[in-house]
Design a protein around this ligand. Structure first.
Ligand code: NDP
Length: 386
């Protein structure tokens, strides 16, 4: 019997919701490109309910316990002696979400003698040390595509809100004011601007598709080039590297995974090559950008805005400079955890567990590490130090 340790974010401050703003969420059974949405044998939750917090338990308790497995759910993950650290000692499976990552460091992986499977309920497994997972034979899987469109919508929202100066203008209303000039002195149209994405994978391409109707000029860079038909359909300009692309862009959106090639990419040097007054949106991973270089660029006016939802570490400390720097549109890490997305990644987590517990293969598109090597989706998008 397996012990499954699930690390989830805290419940709402006033308790698990008794009612919801809407009665349903649309059913999505396929993603762009044809991949099917998760296909577990069954689910024990109501789509559209809060599943990602401790009381939601990703809807897994009755499924696991009825088969004799143990489920431990906690939000206590970082302090020394945390529930996560204690329970990890004999856990077979660890599940966590990038929004509230259970950091599986090399030391923790070495100490977790029974650990065989680390599931990311969502996308992005950089909170797991992939080199250590490879060395210890731990399988790493994530629910590929489950929240890619959710993030793409957040990116488009953030671009528009920064370029049009939405958040400060909204604050004027909340504060009882009406100074139009205060609002519009930093407000522009997106139309005609050059927008570039670092990576055109699932999220990056979805962002490009959503922005095309705004009559912008679209750019991208990626390790592999998109098919020519896609480039022509969207009018894309390809650049060999991020460095080649950013000097052309009014808006840059980062949609690449965090791995050795991308860590610290947006530092002082690269930012100095961007247009003065460019906007940078990062919903990928915080450490792709240099924390203090971003703060400096906003204060000096080199960047006109920075937005996104990814921080390091998470939760971000109260004195993190990105909370107080000017002209930012940051949120906590929420873009991929809408109620709509939760229904998909909870179902995907269940699908992965069903397969693994039955000794059946996990879908190739969900695999990041397996059999002591990068595998499936991971072999395509990640790199490791070995
Ligand atoms: P995909 O794997 O579909 O796309 C990632 C793309 O990045 C691939 O096309 C990959 O290239 C490309 N890439 C990798 N390294 C580089 C590089 N050095 N330069 C340029 N391109 C590179 O992933 P998704 O689009 O689904 O997600 C992207 C990232 O977004 C995730 O890794 C995760 O970190 C983040 N994310 C954030 C969420 C949030 O809630 N904020 C939720 C979901 C994801 P290729 O495949 O051609 O090698």
């Amino acid at each position: 019997m397996a012990k499954v340790l699930c690390v989830l974010y805290d419940d709402p401050t006033d308790g698990h919701p008794a009612a919801y703003a809407r009665d349903d969420v649309p059913v999505i059974d396929h993603y762009p490109g044809g991949q099917t949405a998760p296909t577990p044998a069954a689910v024990d939750f109501t789509p559209g309910h809060l599943l990602g917090s401790v009381s939601g338990e990703l809807g897994l308790r009755s499924f696991l316990e009825s088969a004799g497995h143990t489920l431990v759910v906690t939000s206590d993950k970082d302090a020394e002696g945390s529930v996560f650290e204690r329970e990890l000692a004999d856990a077979d499976v660890v599940i966590s979400q990038p929004f509230w990552p259970a950091y599986l460091t090399p030391e923790r992986i070495a100490g977790a003698k029974n650990l065989k499977l680390a599931i990311t309920a969502g996308i992005g497994s950089d909170h797991v040390d992939l080199d250590a997972a490879i060395a210890h034979g731990v399988t790493v899987a994530e629910v590929t595509y489950s929240n890619s469109i959710s993030v793409a919508e957040h990116v488009v929202m953030t671009i528009l809100s920064l370029v049009r100066n939405y958040l400060p203008s909204h604050q004027v209303v909340r504060d009882g004011g009406w100074n139009i000039a205060d609002c519009v002195a930093r407000s522009y149209d997106l139309e005609g601007m050059h927008v570039g994405t670092v990576a055109a994978g699932r999220i990056g391409l979805a962002v490009l598709r959503r922005l095309a109707p705004f009559d912008v000029k679209l750019h991208y860079t990626d390790r592999y080039r998109l098919p020519r038909e896609t480039e022509e359909e969207l009018g894309l300009t390809f650049h060999e590297s991020t460095g080649d692309m950013v000097p052309f862009c009014d808006v840059v959106t980062i949609n690449a995974p965090l791995h050795p090639e991308t860590e610290g990419l947006f530092g002082d040097e690269l930012i100095a090559t961007m247009k003065r007054g460019a906007y940078l949106i990062n919903t990928a991973r915080a450490r792709i950008a240099d924390r203090d270089a971003i703060d400096r660029a906003l204060r000096s006016g080199r960047l006109a805005g920075y937005g996104g939802d990814v921080w390091y570490p998470q939760p971000a400390p109260s004195d993190h400079p990105w909370r107080t720097m000017p002209h930012h549109g940051m949120t906590p890490h929420i873009s991929g955890s809408s109620l709509s997305a939760q229904a998909r990644y909870a179902a995907g987590t269940r699908e992965i567990l069903e397969a693994w517990l039955a000794g059946k293969p996990i879908r190739d598109e969900y695999l990041i590490v397996d059999g002591g090597a990068l595998a499936g989706a991971g072999a395509h998008s990640y790199s490791v130090n070995r």
